[in-house]
Design a protein around this ligand. Structure first.
Ligand SMILES: Nc1nc2c(ncn2[C@@H]2O[C@H](COP(=O)(O)OP(=O)(O)O)[C@@H](O)[C@H]2O)c(=O)[nH]1
Ligand SMILES: [Mg+2]
Length: 202
């Protein structure tokens, strides 16, 4: 659920970049930061694990009706297997999730594992999966041992979520993926804003 700040007329939503370790999540945010914003690093303290860090990049993404603006916090989950506590925290209330898969054949199983875990965490965190839009990104399309796109789709995306091939190191596909996630968030924010204004007007 986005945060609605009436005084500032700003709706702030959260898009989380998930996926296995080293799939390119931070690289996506670095590219976005370089192109449009400024980033800061926020620490997350997890129980029973050492302090780990997630990346947080706040960005402004345009106008909404009635003079409202849409702001989005982009976050990455730490992908290493052992940081499950941190992943649970970061994935508490996402308004959309981008799953960054690694196209290397050697990482197919790691992608599958991370995706299964992502779904379990979202459900454990009481998210309604139908209300958390998912966008797939097949990253590292430059690798020689890349898995064919239709195989990645078959293995990782049987539900047919929107999917983008990418080369995040070069920025290819980064804004396509982000735009897809943002437009899904925006649809919901616009509907919720209209409902809030309708209620406020009564
Ligand atoms: N070949 C290739 N390497 C990439 C690509 N995107 C990211 N990387 C590299 O993959 C490594 C891990 O990336 P990083 O963003 O830190 O992964 P994270 O653990 O998901 O945050 C880094 O060395 C990146 O430069 C890509 O499209 N192609
Ligand atoms: Mg990272």
């Amino acid at each position: 659920m986005p945060d609605y700040n009436n005084a500032r007329r700003e709706a702030r939503a959260t898009v989380v970049y998930a996926g296995p370790g080293r799939s390119g999540k931070t690289t996506n945010l670095e590219y976005i930061q370089g192109a449009m914003g400024r980033g800061e690093l926020v620490g997350i303290n997890t129980e029973g694990e050492r302090t780990v860090f997630c990346d947080l990049l706040p960005v402004r993404l345009g106008e909404l009706p009635e003079g409202w603006r849409l702001a989005i916090n982009l976050k990455t989950v730490p992908g290493q297997i052992q940081y499950i506590g941190a992943r649970k925290l970061v994935l508490r209330k996402p308004d959309a999730v981008v799953f960054v898969a690694d196209s290397s054949a050697r990482r197919l199983e790691a992608n599958r594992y991370a995706l299964d875990e992502l779904q379990r965490i979202l459900i454990d965190n009481s998210n309604d999966l139908r209300r958390v839009p998912l966008v797939m990104q097949y990253n590292k399309r430059d690798l020689a041992d890349r898995v064919a796109l239709d195989e990645m789709q078959a293995v990782l995306n049987p539900g047919g979520a929107p999917a983008w091939p990418s080369r995040a190191v070069d920025g290819v596909g980064v804004f396509g993926t982000l735009g897809e996630a943002v437009s899904l968030v925006r649809q919901r924010v616009v509907a919720e804003l209209a409902a809030r204004m309708g209620l406020a007007a009564v």
